[in-house]
Design a protein around this ligand. Structure first.
Ligand code: FAD
Length: 451
């Protein structure tokens, strides 16, 4: 067979670029076909002038995310700590309070209620085999209930339920009712613990990449050169004998093995010939994406810092319920990163930009006072609206998906392999998981290619 390449990789996000890096390093030819007109997928930098950027997609890394940190270090990209000095703000039940550390100053009864539920969750999570969560003890039972049902059964107070809901929204960009309990446990375990997912220092939000996370994708792509083709959405994958053909608007590409790195929902939109087995087809019918709008609100300076505030806030009101200080490393300009997640992203995503902007800024005023009302600029990206992501941060597994279809997530179908952060068993949903998945898929393909 005359192959355009030994391997075609669908998608030039981190998973696809890392897979291509490993394939070419092993002496194999590869082609990376990317639908967008840029590389990076769910990571993207936006220029704000003066040589500075903000990250509109994935940005943080933390302890045990060794693979993304290694890839960045090899490309000469340094990290710096997320600003985490000072008091954090909690606006809850109509009242504003500040606190240090990870435990807000609220009623001890509510704290005990949340603490007990979280301890229970962490204990259950420790028992989940992340390579095959559907084999966990009582997997069926855990998978047949939502996180919302579980929270209701394991908390006594409305406030505790709300705090756990805020945690779920921040981690999944979804509501507890969107998520299978087994998925919440798997996801927590895959990052170490639920606590690590929500922590700044010591957790998933600990560090940022100098120059922005998208620099990692840009430098990987630069090393790969012209084997990365942009504007090349794969619409069809055809397997005939030992030949695989990927069809794009930019032409048809033959190969021996193919790695699809798009999240399952988007992978399911490709036309496969012959049709995929029912278990894979039905998995992709059941894997929706989360709902997030990421806003960067830019001020002349980080005015909250002299007040002793860390620029981190959470609350149960309208608008942003999760805020971080996202100023550049030198502290200029001052930037508050305000997420709209789950129902707030769904609701405000239907409003005009001006309504959304005002609602986000009003929430910042509640957290940080009247100076927050006067930003210099407001930037946002609605990932629900991104054709080639379909939502973010990642895939939501609702009830009965892991136990019925989990086995189909990574299992190749003939010469078709599946990668992308959703297929990772460590740090699934994160950039680190994307890198791990690309490395795994490349190794599997290399083992199969004839020498
Ligand atoms: C707002 C936001 C905040 C986040 N925050 C963090 C964070 O702080 N830390 C962290 O670790 N992670 C974070 N994430 C998640 C992280 O960005 C992702 O886990 C990671 O980038 C996924 O990489 P991937 O390569 O698996 O998938 P993707 O980046 O989605 O790459 C898949 C690629 O496939 C392309 N594609 C899709 N369909 C086709 C097709 N048919 N043909 C050709 N190409 C196709 C897409 O355009 C895309 O480029 C965040 C994500 C978002 C959106």
């Amino acid at each position: 067979m005359t192959a355009a390449a030994d391997v075609v990789v669908v998608g030039a996000g981190l998973a696809g670029l890392v897979a291509a890096r490993d394939l070419t390093a092993a002496g194999r030819s590869a082609l990376v076909l990317e639908a967008r007109d840029r590389v990076g997928g769910r990571i993207v930098n936006e220029d704000i002038g003066d040589g500075k950027i903000v990250e509109m997609g994935g940005q943080w890394a933390g302890p045990t995310q060794d693979r993304i940190l290694a890839v960045a270090a090899a490309l000469g990209i340094a990290t710096f700590p997320t600003y985490d000095t000072g008091r954090k703000v909690l606006h809850f039940n109509g009242r504003r309070g500040t606190y240090t550390g990870t435990i807000p100053r609220i009623s001890p009864l509510v704290l005990a209620d949340v603490g007990q539920a979280q301890a229970w969750l962490e204990a259950l999570a420790r028992k989940i085999p992340t390579d095959a969560p559907w084999t966990a003890q009582r997997a069926e039972r855990l998978d047949s209930q939502t996180f919302e049902t579980w929270i209701r059964h394991h908390t006594a107070s409305r406030s505790a339920r709300m705090l756990l809901t805020l945690g779920a929204e921040a981690v999944f960009a979804a509501e507890p009712g969107d998520l299978s309990m087994l998925h919440v446990l798997f996801y927590s375990r895959s990052g170490g613990s639920f606590q690590r997912l929500i922590d700044t220092t010591g957790g998933a939000q600990q560090d940022r990449f100098a120059g922005g996370s998208a620099l990692i994708a840009q430098r990987l792509a630069a090393q790969l050169g012209d084997i990365v083709r942009l504007g090349a959405a794969v619409s069809r994958i055809e397997v005939a004998g030992d030949k695989v053909t990927a069809t794009t608007v930019a032409g048809r590409f033959d190969c021996r093995q193919i790695i699809v790195t798009a999240p399952p929902q988007l992978a399911g939109r490709i036309d496969y010939e012959p049709a995929l087995p029912h278990w894979r087809e039905q998995l992709t019918q059941r894997t929706p994406m989360g709902s997030v709008i990421k806003s960067q609100v830019i001020y002349d300076e980080p005015f909250w810092r002299p007040d002793g505030l860390a620029g981190q806030a959470t609350g149960d009101g309208d608008g942003s319920r999760v805020v971080f200080d996202n100023s550049p490393q030198d502290g200029s300009p001052g930037i508050l990163l305000a997420f709209l997640e789950g129902d707030e992203a769904r609701r405000l995503g239907r409003e005009p930009l001006e309504v959304r902007r005002r609602t986000v800024i009003d929430s910042l005023v509640r957290y940080f006072g009247p100076r927050a009302a006067r930003p210099e600029r407001y930037l946002e990206r609605d990932w629900q609206q991104e054709k080639w992501s379909g939502g973010c941060y990642g895939t939501l597994f609702g009830p009965n998906v892991w136990t019925r279809y989990g086995h189909a997530l990574r299992q190749p179908v003939g010469p078709i392999h599946w990668a992308g952060t959703e297929t990772a068993s460590q740090w699934t949903g994160y950039m680190d998981g994307a890198v791990r998945s690309g490395e795994r898929a490349a190794a599997a393909v290399l083992a199969r290619l004839p020498s």
